[in-house]
Design a protein around this ligand. Sequence first.
Ligand code: G3I
Length: 363
Amino acid sequence: MRRGLPVALAVALVSAGCSGEPTAPPPVTMPASALREVSTVHIGTAVAGGGHHADQGYPDPFATDEAYVEVLATQFSSLTAENQMKWEWIHPGPEEYDFAAADAVVDFAEANDQVVRGHTLAWHSQNPPWLQGLSDEELREALREHIYTVVGRYQGRIQQWDVFNEVFDDTGHLRTNTNPWLRALGEEVIGDAFRWAHEADPDALLFLNDYNVESSPAKLQAYLDLVARLQDDGVPIHGMGLQGHLSLRYPFPADLQASLQQFADLGLQTALTELDVRIPLEGDEPTATQLQEQAEYYQRAVAACLAVAGCDSITLWGVTDRYSWVPFFFPEEGAATVLDEDLTPKPALVAVHEALGAGGASG
Ligand code: G3I
């Protein structure tokens, strides 16, 4: 990318052929300064590991891919374990915890002057099979013990915890069919989980977290109502995370900033916790036009957060297409991150850099 030019103009200059049609994706160079250097908010990424990575032919990226790890260390001021703090990974048996992968992420973050978002203490997905055999009261006790153990282990070392993840479906109904704790114990267990987490680490900021909140009015309202009830009950809830899994198949969610603002108006901090922008692919590679459109989505998402007081954490759900979750869930989409599989920057990386810089840092 030609430095000093707005992303849109620079991409247009390099990508328009004689016919006016974009041809091959334009070359983009890494900005001279890192994202974390130009940003006034925490700029983070998920650290690849567990989940879909466990099924791939490649070795553990965080343990073996030095170029990737270098990007994590240099570009970001916040890290999230993509899967390594989820139940199936960290608590695989009733009496069995495996902290090795999570410890490695937290240790690495501290060594590189980064904060950590803890993800996640209760979710309907990626739970170990042993939870299925428990009674309602045993499920409650297991969650309490899990939260005390995991949050307690990292006391003082986690900036924000996603306490409950994705409690509503897109119609705003509590996920009582799929979330074992909500099925057994109802909404009340959400407040319990926040209280337990607060007891285990009084300094950690405690978040709800979900996707599509900004594009589903019913889901947004369900969250606003839930937060108000939790606050009325004196529950220590501090933040709302909007994940930001976007796709070029759909228009940019124009209500993103307004949705963040509605949670801010309730007194919560907010964060973009899992930002990525999927591209519908007809061949192997996105077109220059798609890359430009993707850059605009990233730029608008970052700008939306920066425009809201108290939105001070933006996390990308992966930094490189080499390890992105997207192709495994959306086989016809991909190229969702800001670096391609070779760790080469895309226009989206420059767009994020410019948008963060426009947020007021010295650069
Ligand atoms: O558990 C099954 C196993 O039984 C089966 O044999 C195997 C076959 O491929 O799949 C296993 O499930 C995998 C799962 O991780 C369990 O670890 C899925 O294939 C795999 O796609 C999944 O990936 C993770 C996904 O969460 C699970 O929902 C991704 O790595 C991770 O990036 C993704 O992250 C979530 C956030 O935590 C919450 N918000 C949405 C985001 C994207 O889905």
